[in-house]
Design a protein around this ligand. Structure first.
Ligand SMILES: C[S@@+](CC[C@H](N)C(=O)[O-])C[C@H]1O[C@@H](n2cnc3c(N)ncnc32)[C@H](O)[C@@H]1O
Length: 249
């Protein structure tokens, strides 16, 4: 199957910057996960694949000499120019995950955050990421986890198993923009097939619930989130899974 150019985020009616209004807890929870996974490490070059307008680039820069925002939407890159205007050591390139404009074995860390829900079968993208990573280099990937606790209860109540295949969760079935949730066991196998082994797992955004967010202040949500990310990781409790993987040396 030929993959389409990933230009969905060029749609001028979709404001991804505004999408984050009211999602301060989720943003902070992801920053906690990044800091936890990268603590004590420093990289020469990080590439944030599908990085949008560069939301996580400032925190990544704390762990690298150079960060490259690699993003297939020119609209996102245009927003990034303003969003990152005061940040040094962050550059940008128009690129999608199955054709990265980097040499073989040239990158120390790749981040892929909230991207593969648009890629139902990420096999080619994972192979391309493995190509550009140095041996011993890292991949930090965050994705919507279909095997989360709520879904497991839902499926168990119908005496069904959580599917291993990606599940299409589009609300508007006339839209041709893929929107899937992945099973973390399948993603792990696909990544292993490309030569990347999971070193650490986190369960993220564990308290993502409109009512909790309404009644608890962000600081309280984050205190609990920090305490839960590691203990809940092995059971894939939360709606987001983070893997830190190492490419075989
Ligand atoms: C939900 S946004 C996430 C942006 C950013 N990573 C963040 O967390 O703020 C999804 C991003 O994935 C990008 N994207 C979609 N398909 C892609 C592909 N095949 N390769 C690389 N990026 C892709 C979109 O252009 C968009 O910027």
């Amino acid at each position: 199957m030929t993959k389409k150019t990933a230009d969905q985020y060029n749609d001028p009616s979709h404001n991804y910057l505004k999408y984050w209004d009211g999602r301060e807890y989720e943003h902070a929870a992801e920053e906690v996960a990044i800091r936890r996974m990268l603590k004590g490490k420093h990289f020469n070059k990080i590439v944030d694949v599908g990085g949008g307008y560069g939301r996580i680039c400032p925190v990544l820069k704390e762990y690298a000499d150079q960060v490259t925002l690699a993003e297939p939407s020119q609209q996102q890159l245009d927003i990034a120019k303003d969003f990152l205007k005061d940040k040094k050591g962050i550059d940008m390139v128009l690129a999608q995950a199955d054709a990265l404009p980097f040499k073989d074995a040239s990158i120390d860390l790749i981040t892929v955050v909230r991207v593969i829900h648009h890629i139902p079968d990420p096999t080619e993208e994972f192979a391309e990421i493995a190509r550009v990573l140095k041996p011993g280099g890292y991949l930090f990937i965050e994705f919507a986890n279909y095997a989360n606790f709520k879904n497991r209860i839902k499926y168990a109540s119908k005496l069904k198993r959580i599917p291993r295949e990606p599940v299409d969760i589009r609300k508007d079935m006339t839209s041709n923009i893929p929107f899937v949730n992945h099973n973390p066991h399948t993603v792990r196998k696909q990544l292993a097939h490309s030569g990347m082994q999971v070193e650490r797992i986190l369960s993220v955004s564990n308290l993502r619930s409109p009512s909790l967010k309404k009644f608890l202040p962000k600081s309280a949500l984050l205190t609990v989130e920090k305490a839960m990310q590691i203990p809940l990781a092995r059971t894939f409790f939360g709606p987001s899974t983070v893997y830190l993987l190492k490419k075989r040396g």
